[in-house]
Design a protein around this ligand. Structure first.
Ligand code: NAD
Length: 392
């Protein structure tokens, strides 16, 4: 099991470009990076708006003079400080990734960049070459690939549990953009504009996630592909809000990928099904703890994270933070409670009874009730499962 014990002496001094107030994904980066204490946010150029950046950064606990109005000043200033950042995460719209990463590499920073990494593969290859020259590491936030069951799937394919891989069915098809919501949503507007999104919308925005799962789980390499793409919201053209891709992999396996933002009524529907000559597996990101395992001629099985029957000797499978049975959202639930505990402690310290009373959290009464339940159960059981009054 993972825990937060230190892996090295000091946390990595870390900054962010983008991910400012109101952004979709900034908090996910900060929350994930801070969880094990391996990174410490010390500086950033979080926002296009300099005042908002400073105000937000100070609110996060940073020194005002380390909240920068743009990434160029950010990297220049930090590279001159003895305690300057060692790594940066880039969580800005797609059009900026290449330039920002290049500037970060210039000053020797390690990078975690959002996907799609760049607009063109030439740009991405160039970043790779510069990183190698500078001894810098580039990570890309294909966020679903950290789930332990994704690594169990990879291992099952690798060890031949499915036989020879024949078919891979991938999809990431949500319904959130089935209408022209970009008219009132800046985060969607840039996604459907070629200048900021790049040559694709759903293929880059979500199709890359599903395809990366295929890469991780199967290691298959595409030999050739055919893609049909269209925009059901006409104003999004030439970008697509729906795409179907057929793939032929080297070695004979075939695959399909459906990426869509107009799958009305669907939440995520990011699924991957891998069909082998003996058995198939299927993983769904909305139920990440489970991996369906279907052997031809046998009853289907559902494998669960954290269980001894998994390939525990594999690092990715053992990257299990909470034990089997607990949902991955367990930490989010705990964070919601700690958030409320903090607000309640603060209100009490300020003698602000009204605020204190308005905050819901499981308090001492909830604790008493749990104890009473146990007492009464024992009392009943000790009398041979007799009826006992609860509140006497
Ligand atoms: P967003 O529009 O919600 O937020 C972008 C943020 O970046 C804003 O705070 C904006 O002010 C800031 N910004 C824009 N240009 C900047 C610049 N030049 N310098 C500094 N700050 C700048 O966008 P988002 O939805 O958070 O997406 C950001 C990136 O993350 C995109 O590449 C997107 O594809 C990716 N993303 C990845 C995932 C995932 O699961 N890995 C999920 C959502 C978004």
């Amino acid at each position: 099991m993972f825990n937060e014990e230190r892996r090295f002496e000091q946390p990595i001094r870390w900054g962010m470009v983008g991910g400012g107030r109101g952004s979709q994904i900034g908090y996910a980066h900060r929350s994930a990076a801070h969880r094990d204490g391996l990174f410490k946010l010390v500086a950033g150029a979080f926002d296009l708006d300099a005042d908002r950046c400073r105000e937000f950064g100070v609110n996060l606990g940073l020194d005002a003079d380390r909240c920068y109005s743009n990434y160029k000043d950010f990297f220049a200033a930090e590279s001159k400080r003895p305690d300057g950042i060692q790594a940066v995460s880039v969580a800005t719209p797609n059009s900026t990734h290449y330039e920002i990463c290049k500037s970060a590499l210039d000053v020797g920073l390690h990078i975690v960049c959002e996907k799609p990494l760049t607009f063109t593969s030439e740009e991405a290859e160039e970043l790779k070459a510069i990183a190698a020259e500078k001894n810098c590491v580039i990570g890309v936030m294909y966020g679903y690939s950290g789930f332990p069951m994704v690594h169990q799937a990879r291992e099952m394919v690798e060890r031949g549990d499915l036989g020879e891989i024949r078919v891979v069915n991938m999809q990431f098809a949500h319904g959130f953009h089935n209408e022209e919501y970009e008219l009132n949503d800046p985060g969607l507007k840039w996604r459907v504009s070629p200048a900021t999104s790049g040559p694709t919308y759903v293929l880059g925005d979500i199709g890359t996630h599903a395809y990366y799962l295929c890469e991780v789980m199967t290691g298959l390499e595409i030999d050739r592909l055919a893609c049909m793409r269209q925009s059901f919201i006409a104003s999004r053209q030439p970008l697509e809000d729906n795409a179907h891709v057929m793939m032929e992999f080297k070695g004979g396996a075939v695959g399909t990928l459906w990426a869509s933002a107009v799958n009305a009524g669907s939440m995520h529907e990011q699924r991957i099904r891998i069909v082998g000559s003996k058995a198939s597996i299927e993983w769904w990101d909305e139920h990440p703890n489970q991996l369906r395992y279907e052997v031809q001629g046998e009853a289907p099985r559902v494998l669960d994270r954290g269980m001894g029957y998994l390939y525990q000797d594999v690092e990715g499978v053992a990257a299990n933070r909470i034990g089997g049975g607990h949902a991955e959202g367990f930490f989010e639930s705990w964070a919601n409670l700690y958030h409320r505990f903090a607000l309640a402690f603060d209100a009490a310290d300020r003698d602000d009874q009204e605020t204190l009373n308005s905050i819901w959290f499981p308090g001492v009464d909830a604790g008493i009730e749990g104890v009473r339940l146990c007492e009464k159960c024992v009392e009943s059981a000790d009398q041979g499962a007799a009826w006992v009054a609860y509140n006497d």
